[in-house]
Design a protein around this ligand. Structure first.
Ligand code: ZN
Length: 258
């Protein structure tokens, strides 16, 4: 008797709470999904044997990653989008200038990789700061940042609003594998899966990570030395070299978006 008395009301309450939570989750997913679909749908792009390369979370001075990546892109005569974290632009302005001097396209990726559930005013401030950090690094206040890629690739109404007011186009993507969770030991697997996805879709707008962001720099420094950690991006230039070499041999063209 005691157990039924104890459990029955709790079960009803838990069931109601579950239904409510589930409903809220579905509404939230529909809301977010709506924006994500617009943002990343391959149907929006007419890529015919063409590939667009985009690199998130740089610039990255560790293991000379950004500089070596630039060497690879220059060797293959490929122009890519570099989605810059404003905080890193402030710390390593010479790398932002290096990307720009080699013809790379600088993209606003926010100042501190804010979560999409941050308040609208926080988001606006962060992306404004992101733009300003790139312009300050370039030492050219009249330069323009033409594109924005939201952190976590989630577009919220606040980001849409900021992008429109700053006249920054959303940089889309169609292929995003979990390259950010792999260290050098995952290189071959990531390249293999990227090649398969690009061949299957006859091209694609690809996200790779030239850096990683962590609010705690001491933790990030520790992770960068772990070969299996996604914070170790030292393998990205070699992976890109292999990717471009193989795809060009199959007739793929590396392009930028209009
Ligand atoms: Zn990012």
């Amino acid at each position: 008797m005691l157990s039924s008395y104890t459990f029955q009301p709790l079960n009803v309450g838990a069931a109601t709470a579950c239904v409510l939570l589930l409903s809220m989750l579905i509404v939230a997913l529909l809301f977010v999904g709506d924006y994500c679909t617009v943002y990343r749908s391959p149907r929006n792009f007419d890529l015919r044997h063409q590939v667009v390369l985009t690199f998130d979370d740089g610039p990255n001075p560790h293991a000379d990653t950004t500089r070596r990546l630039g060497d690879v892109l220059e060797k293959h005569n490929v122009t890519a989008y570099h989605c810059i974290i404003g905080q890193y632009a402030r710390e390593y302005p010479e790398l932002v200038r290096l990307i720009d001097s080699r013809g790379g396209i600088l993209v606003n990726h926010g100042f501190s990789h804010r979560s999409p559930i941050a308040s609208s005013s926080d988001i606006r401030r962060d992306y404004e700061q992101g733009t300003n950090a790139i312009l300050a690094a370039l030492e050219n206040p009249t330069a323009r940042v033409s594109h924005i890629r939201p952190a976590y690739a989630v577009v919220t109404p606040a980001i849409y609003k900021y992008a429109a007011s700053a006249k920054q186009k959303l940089l889309p993507f169609t292929i995003s594998l979990d390259d950010f969770s792999h260290g050098p030991t995952g290189k071959d697997d990531v390249v293999k899966r990227l090649l398969a996805a690009i061949r299957k879709n006859n091209g694609g707008i690809v996200i790779l990570h030239e850096g990683r962001y962590h609010t705690d720099e001491s933790k990030a420094a520790h992770l960068r030395n772990d070969p299996s950690s996604g914070y170790n991006r030292s393998w990205i230039p070699d992976a890109v070299d292999e990717l471009i070499t193989k795809l060009k041999a199959e007739g793929f063209e590396f392009v930028t978006l209009e």
